[in-house]
Design a binder for this molecule. Structure first.
Ligand code: AMP
Length: 404
């Protein structure tokens, strides 16, 4: 089936056209700076020259209209009419406690996504805007929501409750949800496939290290704990997000620097993490380069990043009473042998042994030695493929059982 996958951010839309039969991406595109004076659209059909356009796009609806026009106008062997698109898959960041799986989008689902605006103010509003705009342009096909939180629904209560009054969980659903679920799910399934290991009885730790980052403990195929929490702010040190901090720091700063709530929000989400620590950049490539040139603060930022990741891996080895495999993915996890080396050094206690030559190899590969107790792998993620496959399944089922 040809499935159109959409990932709407506050000022961007990423999209892919995927053929689920052979798991092939037929077209990839990105619209950036929606709402700015000029927006940029980039699109590339498989085997064709990429195209780039600069155009004024006021909102997501206007951006999707342009995307639809570009899809049809482009020279390609794969899509000649929008009628060939059989379903649309939408990435939705927060499904709250309601959505344990992907779902066909109807009015009730839209309302539930809206109900989670409070707990995901940066993500769910643009996700819903994208859904509504896409439904206008492709009104006759099923639209499916695939949630970042869904894979983490198996996390048990002792791992999802915070140590705050239980009433706050009951009243406001304040708990750990976890994110990057489609990525953790995808790389764990690839691991079972590539290693020949069964889900049952296997303990894996998946490290999604990108601009945002999270680590998940997976036992018997199920997420049992993850580093992101109520929002994607908790856990690892990220590009511009702080990850774990002592909440009292905020009370102290609010008093000392007379910060507003909005200031605190921006401080922790946009000005912290690698960017805040280094005072230079939130992008790992830039930091590695400057650290190599002797910049002390860039090196410190890298050290804090790697130490935090190592601590989470250690915590999850303890939580699962061991680990069979550690998987790296995401822009940093897939591409930086240096960061993988720093995170994994001194883990003899767990029987982790890394082969330096294998670690230096690019792409999908095992990087541990043959006699390592723990298999360590790099597996490139493919969240869009998970969204496309789920959407195809749900679209097919909805045709067969229209009253479901
Ligand atoms: P993502 O959010 O998954 O696209 O990942 C973005 C992050 O990956 C940024 O911090 C990039 O600097 C980092 N990244 C991409 N390629 C490399 C590389 N070759 N070495 C180190 N970091 C990289």
């Amino acid at each position: 089936m040809k499935i159109f996958v959409i990932n709407c951010g506050s000022s961007s839309i990423k999209y892919q056209l995927i053929d689920t039969e052979n798991r092939e991406t037929l077209c990839k595109g990105l619209v950036e700076r929606i709402g700015a004076v000029t927006s940029i659209v980039k699109q590339e059909f498989k085997g064709e020259k990429p195209i780039k356009k600069t155009i004024a796009l006021d909102n997501h609806a206007a951006a999707l209209k342009t995307i639809m026009e570009l899809l049809i106008a482009a020279d390609n062997d794969y899509l000649h009419s929008l009628d060939e698109i059989e379903a649309v898959g939408h990435r939705v960041v927060h499904g709250g406690e309601t959505f344990k799986d992907s779902v066909l989008i109807d009015e009730d689902v839209e309302e539930a996504i809206q109900a989670a605006f409070d707990i995901a103010p940066l993500h769910n509003p643009p996700n819903l805007q994208g859904i509504r705009a896409a439904k206008k342009h492709l009104p006759n096909v099923p639209h499916v929501a695939v949630f970042d939180t869904a894979f983490h629904h198996s996390i048990p209560q002792h791992a999802f409750l915070y140590g705050i009054p239980n009433r706050l969980y009951r009243r406001y659903k304040i708990r750990r949800y976890g994110f990057h679920g489609t990525s953790h799910y995808y790389v764990s399934r690839q691991y079972y496939k590539e290693s020949g290991k069964s889900k049952d009885g296997t303990k894996i730790i998946t490290c999604h290290l990108g601009n945002g980052g999270s680590i998940t403990a997976i036992k018997d195929g199920l997420s049992i704990d993850t580093s992101m929490g109520f929002t994607p702010l908790e856990g690892l040190v990220m590009g511009t997000r702080s990850g774990d901090i002592d909440p009292s720091i905020m009370f102290y700063l609010i008093e000392k620097e007379e910060l507003s709530l909005a200031n605190v929000h921006a401080l922790l989400n946009k000005h912290s993490g690698l960017l805040g620590l280094s005072g230079y950049a939130g992008d790992m490539r830039d930091l590695l380069e400057e650290a190599e040139n002797g910049d002390r603060r860039c090196q410190e930022a890298i050290d804090v990043f790697c130490y935090r990741a190592k601590k989470y891996i250690g915590a999850y080895i303890a939580a699962m009473n061991g680990v069979d495999a550690i998987i790296f993915t995401g822009g940093i996890g897939e591409n930086s042998s240096k960061i993988r080396e720093l995170i994994l050094k001194d883990m003899q206690y767990a029987g982790v042994k890394i082969d330096a030559d294998r670690n230096a190899t690019r792409g999908n590969t095992v990087i541990s030695t043959n006699d390592s107790n723990v298999e360590v792998m790099v597996i490139p993620t493919n969240e869009e493929l998970v969204i496309a496959i789920d959407s195809a399944k749900i679209a097919l089922a909805s045709k067969q059982t229209p009253w479901a």
